[in-house]
Ligand binder design. Structure first.
Ligand code: TYM
Length: 337
């Protein structure tokens, strides 16, 4: 098993990232057997596909490294790095650009959402973004990619690119790439905004009240949960009663994910209760869960040198692991080196 996943270092780590992805990274790391490997990276090269402030990206990359370690990624057991220190990612993207098809990229919902009506005004990087994501994964012969629901389409594309490349350029018995599989958490694949149950919780939402960040203090968490949008009905006692109540469903889903239980079990306890009782219970559960993470995050932030060293060491390990597949790709394409 080879596990690889990434997160963009723009904005702060939020509950959607944690429940949808990072918590699974930690679980997969903790379940690793001898000879298996987990690689986790900060997708800083992806972050330049949108307008950005260089100083903020620099700071955000170190902060995201601290956040990921605070969540439980151990840089001595997993390989933690940022893409910019492993040039193989950018190189591999170029090599895969020859295989990826415009039509495939045009169908990506994230591209359509982010570009909106102004496609002509977007960067080439935003359009080509999923090819870089395919490179991230295919470079390492990855078998499993823990991600939230919104990244599944990009992973399907990575499989399509791998398959076409293997067909076009590799012998039947000597494929260059392994086809990766997305691993999505059953409970928390999609955590929604606290202000609008039809939008995913996102770093780019202008309203900070829409998301809980892992570095939020207890008062902020309680305030955000109490102000979360809901409806006037009490909670139902069965999950079917949450149909058409997106905000209520989201809060119950968050509770279930954080408590590591099911929506049914939460409704078994709170069915019939109003939000006046449920919200404080959810807020307290979140505060208890996030406290150790935010304490560790703040400690790590105070030691920038240690963070630099973690990323430098991870990058050197990643460069080693990437080399054989990168070499095989150049060679399969007939490039003289
Ligand atoms: P990013 O930075 O948007 O999000 C990081 C991880 O968090 C998950 N996630 C969510 N899960 C549930 N509910 C939400 N509201 C929510 N918001 C975010 C995402 O699914 C993701 O797993 N393109 C990727 C980064 C990336 C990557 C990769 C991932 C680059 N290369 C290779 C996997 C493999 C992204 O922008 O994720």
């Amino acid at each position: 098993m080879r596990v690889v996943s990434g997160i963009q270092p723009t904005g702060n780590l939020h509950l959607g990232n944690y429940l949808g992805a990072i918590r699974n990274w930690v679980r997969m790391q903790d379940d690793m057997q001898d000879g298996e490997q987990c690689l986790f990276f900060l997708a800083d090269l992806h972050a330049i596909s949108m307008p950005h402030d260089p100083a903020e990206l620099h700071r955000g990359t170190l902060e995201m490294a601290a956040a990921v370690v605070a969540c439980g990624i151990d840089p001595h057991r997993s390989i933690l790095f940022n893409q910019a220190q492993v040039p193989a990612h950018a190189e591999m993207q170029w090599l895969l650009n020859g295989t990826a098809r415009m039509g495939w990229l045009n169908r990506m919902t994230q591209w359509k959402d982010k570009a909106g009506k102004n496609r002509e005004g977007q960067s080439v990087a935003l359009f080509a973004y999923p090819v870089l994501q395919a490179a991230d994964v295919l470079l390492y012969q990855t078998t499993h990619v823990p991600v939230g629901e919104d990244q599944k389409q990009h992973l399907e594309l990575a499989r399509d690119i791998a398959q076409k490349f293997n067909n076009d350029f590799a012998g039947e018995d000597t494929p260059v790439f392994t086809l990766p599989e997305a691993i999505t958490p059953p409970q928390a694949a999609r955590i929604m905004s606290l202000r609008d149950g039809s939008k995913k919780m996102s770093k780019s939402d202008p309203s900070e009240m829409s998301r809980i960040e892992l570095a939020d203090d207890a008062d902020t968490v309680m305030k955000k949960v109490k102000k979360a949008k809901t409806d006037p009905e009490p909670l139902p006692s069965e999950a079917g009663g949450l149909v058409g109540r997106a905000e209520a469903l989201n809060l119950v889903t968050i509770y279930a994910a954080v408590a590591d239980t099911t929506v049914e079990a939460v409704l078994g306890e709170y069915g019939g209760e109003g939000f006046g009782k449920f919200k404080p219970a959810l807020g307290e559960l979140l505060v208890e869960t996030l406290r150790p993470i935010s304490t560790r995050f703040n400690e790590l932030l105070d030691d920038r040198e240690a963070l630099d060293a973690i990323l430098a060491r991870g990058a050197s390990q990643a460069r080693e692991l990437a080399r054989p597949t990168l070499d095989a790709t150049y060679s399969a394409l007939g490039l003289v080196r």
